[in-house]
Ligand binder design. Structure first.
Ligand SMILES: [Zn+2]
Length: 103
């Protein structure tokens, strides 16, 4: 498989990620795939953080694909909290996508 294909599949898996350069979440339509990898189409940086499945304090009890990979979660006296109130899922409204990705 070509590198380009590998990165394109990776982006499809990610759906969104975090651009360290812009310091904000970028969705797949704001990202682009090149032979060198996935980059932010706004700033052109490859400095992206991959999302990861974590138990988000704001989305309990489900595990969510966190754009910051749970980096913002910290232990509080009354339970966990996350310093990023990102509500990233709000912007991802593509119900047809779920059918394409049976688990
Ligand atoms: Zn960027």
């Amino acid at each position: 498989m070509q590198k380009f294909e590998v990165y394109r599949n990776q982006l499809r898996e990610w759906e969104y990620c975090y651009c360290r350069n812009c310091e904000r979440i970028r969705y797949s339509f704001e990202l682009e795939v090149t032979e060198c990898g996935i980059r932010c189409s706004k700033c052109g940086a490859y400095d992206l953080e991959a999302p990861a499945w974590v138990s988000c304090p704001h989305q309990k009890p489900r595990a969510v694909k966190c754009p910051r990979a749970g980096k913002g979660i910290k232990k509080e006296e009354y339970g966990d909290d996350c310093r990023y109130h990102c509500n990233f899922r709000k912007h991802v409204r593509e119900p047809s996508k779920d059918k394409e990705n049976p688990t």
